[in-house]
Design a protein around this ligand. Structure first.
Ligand SMILES: [Zn+2]
Length: 287
Protein backbone atom coordinates (compact mmCIF):
# COMPACT_ATOMS: atom_id res chain seq x y z
CA UNK A 1 0.00 0.00 0.00
CA UNK A 2 1.41 3.40 -0.91
CA UNK A 3 2.24 5.49 2.17
CA UNK A 4 2.84 9.23 2.50
CA UNK A 5 6.11 9.47 0.50
CA UNK A 6 4.68 7.49 -2.42
CA UNK A 7 1.53 9.64 -2.55
CA UNK A 8 3.63 12.82 -2.31
CA UNK A 9 5.72 11.61 -5.27
CA UNK A 10 2.60 10.87 -7.31
CA UNK A 11 1.41 14.40 -6.57
CA UNK A 12 4.70 15.88 -7.77
CA UNK A 13 4.71 13.79 -10.95
CA UNK A 14 1.13 14.72 -11.80
CA UNK A 15 1.93 18.46 -11.79
CA UNK A 16 1.82 18.09 -15.58
CA UNK A 17 -2.01 18.02 -15.52
CA UNK A 18 -2.25 21.47 -13.94
CA UNK A 19 -3.90 24.11 -16.11
CA UNK A 20 -5.51 21.51 -18.36
CA UNK A 21 -9.28 21.08 -18.67
CA UNK A 22 -11.16 17.81 -18.20
CA UNK A 23 -13.17 17.52 -21.43
CA UNK A 24 -14.68 14.08 -20.91
CA UNK A 25 -14.75 11.35 -18.28
CA UNK A 26 -15.00 7.60 -18.89
CA UNK A 27 -15.67 5.01 -16.20
CA UNK A 28 -14.93 1.28 -16.58
CA UNK A 29 -17.55 -1.46 -16.87
CA UNK A 30 -16.31 -2.90 -13.53
CA UNK A 31 -17.14 0.34 -11.73
CA UNK A 32 -20.56 0.52 -13.41
CA UNK A 33 -21.27 -3.13 -12.53
CA UNK A 34 -20.25 -2.48 -8.93
CA UNK A 35 -22.55 0.53 -8.71
CA UNK A 36 -25.42 -1.43 -10.28
CA UNK A 37 -24.90 -4.10 -7.59
CA UNK A 38 -25.12 -1.43 -4.88
CA UNK A 39 -21.36 -1.25 -4.18
CA UNK A 40 -19.64 2.08 -4.67
CA UNK A 41 -16.64 0.52 -6.44
CA UNK A 42 -13.83 3.14 -6.50
CA UNK A 43 -16.16 6.04 -7.36
CA UNK A 44 -17.77 6.84 -4.00
CA UNK A 45 -20.81 8.67 -5.35
CA UNK A 46 -23.26 8.08 -8.21
CA UNK A 47 -21.29 7.90 -11.45
CA UNK A 48 -23.43 10.51 -13.23
CA UNK A 49 -22.82 13.01 -10.41
CA UNK A 50 -19.09 12.22 -10.40
CA UNK A 51 -18.90 12.90 -14.14
CA UNK A 52 -21.05 16.02 -13.90
CA UNK A 53 -18.80 17.39 -11.12
CA UNK A 54 -15.52 16.82 -12.97
CA UNK A 55 -16.35 17.32 -16.66
CA UNK A 56 -15.52 20.72 -18.18
CA UNK A 57 -13.54 21.69 -15.08
CA UNK A 58 -10.06 23.23 -15.22
CA UNK A 59 -7.43 21.55 -13.07
CA UNK A 60 -6.02 24.41 -11.01
CA UNK A 61 -3.54 22.52 -8.86
CA UNK A 62 -2.84 19.34 -6.92
CA UNK A 63 -2.43 18.80 -3.21
CA UNK A 64 -1.92 16.03 -0.70
CA UNK A 65 -3.24 15.49 2.80
CA UNK A 66 -1.94 12.33 4.51
CA UNK A 67 -2.38 9.55 1.97
CA UNK A 68 -5.09 11.48 0.10
CA UNK A 69 -4.27 13.19 -3.16
CA UNK A 70 -6.56 15.95 -4.36
CA UNK A 71 -7.08 17.98 -7.48
CA UNK A 72 -8.53 21.47 -7.16
CA UNK A 73 -10.94 21.96 -10.07
CA UNK A 74 -12.62 25.14 -11.17
CA UNK A 75 -15.05 26.42 -13.77
CA UNK A 76 -16.45 29.93 -14.12
CA UNK A 77 -19.02 29.22 -11.40
CA UNK A 78 -17.29 27.32 -8.61
CA UNK A 79 -14.38 25.35 -7.18
CA UNK A 80 -14.62 21.59 -6.71
CA UNK A 81 -12.22 19.09 -5.17
CA UNK A 82 -11.55 15.68 -6.70
CA UNK A 83 -10.02 13.64 -3.90
CA UNK A 84 -8.44 10.22 -4.31
CA UNK A 85 -6.96 7.46 -2.18
CA UNK A 86 -4.82 4.82 -3.88
CA UNK A 87 -6.00 2.05 -1.54
CA UNK A 88 -3.86 -1.08 -1.82
CA UNK A 89 -2.86 -0.86 -5.46
CA UNK A 90 -4.13 2.28 -7.16
CA UNK A 91 -2.07 4.36 -9.57
CA UNK A 92 -2.49 7.50 -11.64
CA UNK A 93 -0.97 7.89 -15.08
CA UNK A 94 -0.76 11.00 -17.23
CA UNK A 95 -0.14 9.96 -20.80
CA UNK A 96 -1.41 10.06 -24.35
CA UNK A 97 -2.73 6.51 -24.66
CA UNK A 98 -3.34 3.46 -22.48
CA UNK A 99 -0.69 1.64 -24.49
CA UNK A 100 1.94 3.77 -22.77
CA UNK A 101 1.22 2.02 -19.46
CA UNK A 102 4.09 -0.45 -19.21
CA UNK A 103 2.65 -2.69 -16.49
CA UNK A 104 0.09 -5.01 -18.11
CA UNK A 105 -2.06 -5.24 -14.95
CA UNK A 106 -2.47 -1.48 -14.76
CA UNK A 107 -3.15 -1.20 -18.48
CA UNK A 108 -6.13 -3.61 -18.31
CA UNK A 109 -7.35 -2.43 -14.89
CA UNK A 110 -7.96 1.23 -15.72
CA UNK A 111 -11.18 2.42 -14.05
CA UNK A 112 -11.49 6.13 -14.69
CA UNK A 113 -10.12 8.12 -17.62
CA UNK A 114 -10.19 11.91 -17.67
CA UNK A 115 -9.67 13.19 -21.22
CA UNK A 116 -7.75 16.45 -21.07
CA UNK A 117 -7.72 19.54 -23.26
CA UNK A 118 -4.26 18.95 -24.74
CA UNK A 119 -5.24 15.49 -26.02
CA UNK A 120 -3.62 13.67 -23.09
CA UNK A 121 -5.42 11.59 -20.48
CA UNK A 122 -5.29 11.22 -16.72
CA UNK A 123 -5.91 7.54 -15.95
CA UNK A 124 -6.77 5.98 -12.61
CA UNK A 125 -5.92 2.27 -12.61
CA UNK A 126 -6.42 -0.09 -9.71
CA UNK A 127 -5.82 -3.83 -9.75
CA UNK A 128 -7.57 -4.69 -6.48
CA UNK A 129 -10.12 -1.86 -6.57
CA UNK A 130 -9.67 -0.72 -2.94
CA UNK A 131 -8.94 2.83 -4.09
CA UNK A 132 -11.37 5.72 -3.77
CA UNK A 133 -12.31 8.73 -5.88
CA UNK A 134 -14.93 11.29 -4.91
CA UNK A 135 -15.80 14.92 -5.42
CA UNK A 136 -16.27 17.31 -2.50
CA UNK A 137 -16.94 21.04 -2.28
CA UNK A 138 -14.12 21.64 0.19
CA UNK A 139 -11.60 19.59 2.19
CA UNK A 140 -13.42 20.51 5.39
CA UNK A 141 -16.42 18.50 4.18
CA UNK A 142 -14.47 15.26 4.20
CA UNK A 143 -14.31 13.61 7.61
CA UNK A 144 -11.08 11.55 7.25
CA UNK A 145 -9.25 14.79 6.41
CA UNK A 146 -10.98 16.76 9.18
CA UNK A 147 -9.88 14.18 11.77
CA UNK A 148 -6.35 13.86 10.44
CA UNK A 149 -3.28 14.90 12.44
CA UNK A 150 -1.25 17.85 11.06
CA UNK A 151 1.15 17.08 8.22
CA UNK A 152 4.40 15.57 9.56
CA UNK A 153 6.45 18.60 8.47
CA UNK A 154 4.19 21.28 9.96
CA UNK A 155 5.25 23.22 13.06
CA UNK A 156 2.58 21.79 15.33
CA UNK A 157 2.95 18.13 14.22
CA UNK A 158 5.42 17.03 16.93
CA UNK A 159 3.49 18.43 19.89
CA UNK A 160 0.28 17.03 18.43
CA UNK A 161 1.91 13.60 18.02
CA UNK A 162 3.24 13.53 21.60
CA UNK A 163 -0.18 14.47 22.96
CA UNK A 164 -2.08 12.05 20.72
CA UNK A 165 0.11 9.05 21.61
CA UNK A 166 -0.54 9.70 25.30
CA UNK A 167 -4.27 10.17 24.78
CA UNK A 168 -6.24 7.86 27.09
CA UNK A 169 -7.67 5.99 24.10
CA UNK A 170 -4.17 5.12 22.85
CA UNK A 171 -2.04 4.34 25.92
CA UNK A 172 -3.02 0.68 26.12
CA UNK A 173 -2.53 0.07 22.38
CA UNK A 174 0.75 -1.05 20.83
CA UNK A 175 2.87 1.81 19.52
CA UNK A 176 2.73 0.13 16.09
CA UNK A 177 -1.07 0.43 15.99
CA UNK A 178 -0.95 4.02 17.24
CA UNK A 179 1.59 5.02 14.57
CA UNK A 180 -0.68 3.74 11.82
CA UNK A 181 -3.59 5.89 13.02
CA UNK A 182 -3.88 9.01 10.85
CA UNK A 183 -5.40 10.97 13.74
CA UNK A 184 -2.02 10.61 15.53
CA UNK A 185 0.41 11.12 12.65
CA UNK A 186 -0.32 11.26 8.92
CA UNK A 187 0.71 8.82 6.24
CA UNK A 188 2.49 6.09 8.24
CA UNK A 189 1.57 2.61 7.04
CA UNK A 190 3.02 -0.80 7.65
CA UNK A 191 6.40 -0.22 6.01
CA UNK A 192 7.32 3.13 7.52
CA UNK A 193 5.99 2.12 10.95
CA UNK A 194 8.48 -0.77 10.94
CA UNK A 195 11.35 1.37 9.68
CA UNK A 196 10.80 4.33 12.02
CA UNK A 197 10.36 2.08 15.08
CA UNK A 198 13.64 0.37 14.25
CA UNK A 199 15.40 3.72 13.78
CA UNK A 200 14.06 4.86 17.19
CA UNK A 201 15.00 1.46 18.77
CA UNK A 202 11.45 0.96 20.06
CA UNK A 203 9.69 -2.41 20.00
CA UNK A 204 6.45 -2.27 17.95
CA UNK A 205 4.81 -4.45 20.63
CA UNK A 206 5.42 -1.88 23.38
CA UNK A 207 2.34 -0.20 24.84
CA UNK A 208 2.17 3.45 23.79
CA UNK A 209 1.56 4.55 27.38
CA UNK A 210 4.84 2.95 28.56
CA UNK A 211 7.17 4.92 26.29
CA UNK A 212 8.96 7.97 27.70
CA UNK A 213 8.42 11.39 26.16
CA UNK A 214 12.08 11.51 25.19
CA UNK A 215 11.83 8.25 23.25
CA UNK A 216 8.63 9.44 21.56
CA UNK A 217 10.44 12.59 20.44
CA UNK A 218 13.15 10.35 18.95
CA UNK A 219 10.42 8.33 17.25
CA UNK A 220 8.81 11.39 15.73
CA UNK A 221 12.15 12.51 14.33
CA UNK A 222 12.67 8.97 12.97
CA UNK A 223 9.37 9.20 11.07
CA UNK A 224 10.47 12.48 9.48
CA UNK A 225 13.88 11.01 8.57
CA UNK A 226 12.37 7.85 7.08
CA UNK A 227 9.83 9.85 5.03
CA UNK A 228 12.53 12.18 3.75
CA UNK A 229 14.89 9.35 2.89
CA UNK A 230 12.05 7.64 1.00
CA UNK A 231 11.18 10.84 -0.89
CA UNK A 232 14.84 11.20 -1.89
CA UNK A 233 14.88 7.57 -3.03
CA UNK A 234 11.75 7.98 -5.18
CA UNK A 235 9.57 5.96 -2.76
CA UNK A 236 9.31 2.22 -2.21
CA UNK A 237 8.46 -0.21 -4.95
CA UNK A 238 6.77 -3.13 -3.24
CA UNK A 239 4.65 -5.41 -5.42
CA UNK A 240 1.66 -3.20 -6.17
CA UNK A 241 3.04 0.31 -5.88
CA UNK A 242 3.98 2.07 -9.10
CA UNK A 243 4.53 5.75 -9.52
CA UNK A 244 2.19 7.66 -11.78
CA UNK A 245 4.54 7.29 -14.71
CA UNK A 246 5.14 3.60 -14.06
CA UNK A 247 8.67 4.21 -12.77
CA UNK A 248 10.00 2.62 -9.63
CA UNK A 249 11.61 3.99 -6.50
CA UNK A 250 14.61 2.59 -4.68
CA UNK A 251 13.60 2.96 -1.01
CA UNK A 252 13.11 -0.82 -0.69
CA UNK A 253 16.90 -1.17 -0.97
CA UNK A 254 17.28 1.00 2.14
CA UNK A 255 14.94 -0.95 4.41
CA UNK A 256 16.56 -1.91 7.74
CA UNK A 257 13.93 -4.40 8.90
CA UNK A 258 10.88 -4.46 6.59
CA UNK A 259 10.87 -7.80 4.72
CA UNK A 260 14.44 -8.41 5.90
CA UNK A 261 15.85 -11.61 7.41
CA UNK A 262 18.46 -9.80 9.53
CA UNK A 263 18.82 -6.27 10.88
CA UNK A 264 21.86 -4.08 10.00
CA UNK A 265 23.58 -5.44 13.16
CA UNK A 266 23.21 -9.00 11.88
CA UNK A 267 20.48 -10.10 14.35
CA UNK A 268 17.57 -12.24 13.17
CA UNK A 269 14.40 -10.29 12.39
CA UNK A 270 11.22 -11.28 14.23
CA UNK A 271 7.92 -11.16 12.35
CA UNK A 272 4.55 -11.05 14.05
CA UNK A 273 1.07 -9.86 13.12
CA UNK A 274 0.37 -6.61 15.01
CA UNK A 275 -2.57 -4.32 14.25
CA UNK A 276 -3.61 -6.76 11.53
CA UNK A 277 -0.39 -6.47 9.56
CA UNK A 278 2.83 -8.45 9.38
CA UNK A 279 5.37 -6.58 11.48
CA UNK A 280 9.17 -6.79 11.20
CA UNK A 281 11.47 -5.92 14.09
CA UNK A 282 14.66 -6.81 15.98
CA UNK A 283 14.30 -7.88 19.61
CA UNK A 284 17.98 -7.10 20.27
CA UNK A 285 18.17 -3.57 18.81
CA UNK A 286 14.66 -2.55 19.83
CA UNK A 287 13.34 -2.46 23.37
ZN1 LIG B 1 19.25 -5.90 15.59
Amino acid sequence: MPELPEVELVKRELKTVENLTIEAVKVSDKVIEGHNAGKLTIVKEPVDIFIENTKNMDILSLGRRGKYLYFILQNDRHVQYLIGHLGMSGAFFHLNSLDEIVEYNFKVHWHVIFYLSDGSMLVYADIRRFGELRTIDKLGDFLPVVRMAPEYDSIEAKEYFLRAVKHSGNISKTIKAVLMDSTVVTGVGNIYAAESLYAAKILPTRKAGNISLKRLETLFQAIIDVFELSLAQGGSTISDYRSSTGGSGEMQNKFQVYQRKTCPEGHDITTKVIAGRNTFYCTKCQR
